[in-house]
Write a protein that binds this ligand. Sequence first.
Ligand code: ASP
Length: 439
Amino acid sequence: MKKVVKFGGSSLASAEQFKKVGKIIRADASRKFVVPSAPGKRFSGDTKVTDMLYSCYGAAIREKKFADQLQEIRGRYQEIIDGLGLDFSLDQDFEKIRENFGKKIGRDYAASRGEYLNGKIMAAYLGYEFIDAADVIRFGEDGSFDEETTNQLLAKRLEDSKGAVIPGFYGAKADGTIVTFSRGGSDVSGSLVALAVGADLYENWTDVSGFLIADPRIVKNPRSIETITYKELRELSYMGASVLHEDAIFPVRKAGIPINIRNTNAPEDKGTLIVEGTCRQPKYTITGIAGTDGFASITIEKAMMNSEIGFCRKVLQVFEEHDISIEHMPSGIDTMTIFVHKDEFEEKEQQVLSAIHKTVKPDHIELESDLALIAVVGRGMRATRGTAGRIFSALAHAHINVKMIDQGSSELNIIIGVRHDDFKNAIRALYEIFVVTQI
Ligand code: ASP
């Protein structure tokens, strides 16, 4: 059994957190490959080391003094080293970082030091070997990620390893230039390591016990999701649910490696298991509910629209030409509605409208803003009759007017459009009917 374990920033923010992590790793001999983030927030209002590094490097770039900021960052690491009682020094590393900041070596290099230094401490603490991600995670000349070379480099380097720490978030081009993934990218690094070593499980340790069925800022104490498929997760993340970096799914998914989201602060909780497929019946008809605010809709009406070949294409082309992405597109016999992000649309609104008038000569165009979209996602919906009916009835009881309903052809999700003011109540009503009362 081989497990890759990734720990997020809040799991590694202090010596106390490091100790919890050490205990977790030592409790299971198969936890051989460790991918750490940089130290995150120790308390609310604290600053992540990654952000401190960005700001420190910003000062260096502007030719301002950055020694104090760097010293503060160093303090964060020293606190961890001292708290763990390690006989270990980062003196040389900080000297090198100071020098490189002075040379303005690059913003990605600066940010990557957060994981690099934390990885060094982690390796010393566990007695595992430290592997610089710059040697095994490869980016191409143009800065795009090189999947194939990375997989080869990682697999070869980790082949005989008895235990290794590979810092998350960054890699390098062949010439050594450091490149980072986007924020939260250590999740991606963990997934790449899991793929390369052929892990049985990718454990992603964070500060929540997995995914919750609904946003806890909207629904009080929502239950957590035990098992979710990759597809369901995509649907929910697309609608705003976030615990895991989106790109972290793809490498492991390809190899059929499950991801287990676990809580460093409650290691006895099972967390959420993310799998390719499962025969396990979901507990509820729905797996999760997620939603996003800030949409606008454009409804185009024209008599006999459906017999006009090319009508939809022409309309869509207008949006493409104005570089606006379309989120949803429910249609009727003589109407089609296009949902877009309000801020993307607003500034180009008049140009888009006049272009639609010019190209398809509609009878009428109606605009509506302040809309929210809610996704009700669940593999269980396929086998259950009446899900849409239950949605309508829950929302009607809550006096919410449904502006749009769109069932994905996979029968995995139903998207509902409501007014911004109804957004939270709609989510609460749906949670109530599918999870609490289950009627
Ligand atoms: N430390 C980086 C960030 O704050 C990457 C990560 O934690 O995954 O985004």
